[in-house]
Design a protein around this ligand. Structure first.
Ligand code: FAD
Length: 308
């Protein structure tokens, strides 16, 4: 058994592992894959102090750094169930799809999140070739170009406002007949000269020339007519889904969006169980933020352990 076990090996889990191992406590990382969403990322230009890198390179560096410490890395392990300790200071248990289970006196849940996809033809083919999900990450790559934002909730409207300051033109596409974003955001959006809003529109296809995105097709829902927009980028903003399905039967408190609620030391509603990164309620899902939160949760877990 472990003193601290990370579930999830993305930036948050990797940072937590390094911070925990440096305290000399028995540390394990069980994860489906090591590196997390970083593995699916192309250019990374906001990893502070490294002006440019890419996903596979950063994931390899993360793994190499973790391997410099005495950490058990258990890849290809998908957690399916969490059984919290029955008494204060007891061991928590994580059960995996393989049937294996691991016990630890503290846990750091870092299973991350995934972007909700449109599920239309061309989306997969042109991912990272014009189809993007993170305006903070990829916005500057579309300087001077035309883009669409899919989704008129808070994140879609925030993305459109953000992108309007960087790109030539933004078309915001909303499925319903009204935007769902806060009124103050809608007002700001309406004040921008290079933004057009199309409501009641269902995106049906991402168009491209075989190499990159060159347009988007949508159905005008009132008439059923198909229309095409010429553009170079599409930001999909229809939701970020936390990977917490495996926790729904546990006593860990989740927010209405399914994110793990943590306090300012990264601790969940169950003593000794911590969480970090995109899977939590902490806002702004980014690599440096996930790493900072993972480090913080590991220090929180260490403080918890020394008080037992
Ligand atoms: P994740 O990276 O999601 O890692 C979670 C890990 O947990 C994964 O390894 C997963 O396999 C594992 N896991 C999930 N469920 C289970 C389970 N049940 N059992 C065991 N293991 C499980 N951020 C930036 O700062 N800059 C960028 O340029 C940037 N570009 C991005 C581009 C793309 C295409 C994407 C998708 C994201 C990008 N991000 C970027 C966001 C960034 O990747 C995330 O904020 C960061 O990876 C979150 O780290 P995390 O460790 O919390 O979660």
């Amino acid at each position: 058994s472990y003193e601290v076990l990370m579930v999830g090996g993305g930036p948050a889990g990797a940072a937590a592992a390094i911070y925990a191992a440096r305290k000399g406590i028995r540390t394990g990382v069980a994860t489906e894959r090591f590196g997390g969403q970083v593995l699916d990322t192309m250019a990374i230009e906001n990893f502070i102090s490294v002006s440019e890198t890419n996903g596979p390179k950063l994931a390899a560096a993360l793994e190499e750094h973790v391997k410099q410490y005495d950490v058990d890395i258990m890849p290809l392990q998908r957690a399916v169930k969490l059984v919290p300790a029955t008494q204060p200071g007891g061991e928590h248990e994580v059960v995996f799809e393989s049937g294996a289970s691991l016990k630890s006196r503290s846990l750091i849940l870092a299973t991350g999140a995934r972007w909700r996809e449109m599920g239309v033809p061309g989306e997969d083919e042109y991912r990272n070739k014009g189809v993007a999900y993170c305006p903070h990450c990829d916005g500057p790559l579309f300087k001077g170009k035309r883009v669409a934002v899919i989704g008129g909730g808070n994140s879609g409207v925030e993305a459109a406002i953000d992108l309007a300051g960087l790109v030539e033109h933004v078309t915001l596409i909303e499925f319903m007949d009204e935007l769902r974003a806060d009124a103050v955001l809608q007002k700001k959006l309406a004040s921008l000269a290079n933004v057009e809003v199309i409501k009641g529109a269902r995106t049906t296809e991402v168009n491209g020339d075989g190499k990159r995105v060159n347009g988007l097709t949508y159905e005008e829902r009132s008439s059923g007519e198909l229309r095409r927009l010429d553009l170079e980028g599409i930001f999909v903003q229809i939701g970020l889904v936390p990977n917490t399905e495996w926790l729904t039967d546990s006593s860990i408190e989740l927010s209405p969006r399914g994110e793990i609620v943590v306090d300012d030391h990264g601790m969940t509603s169950v003593p000794g169980i911590f969480a970090a990164g995109d899977v939590t309620t902490v806002p702004y899902k980014q690599i440096v933020i996930a790493m900072g939160e993972g480090s913080k949760a590991a220090l929180g877990a260490f403080d918890y352990l020394i008080r037992l």
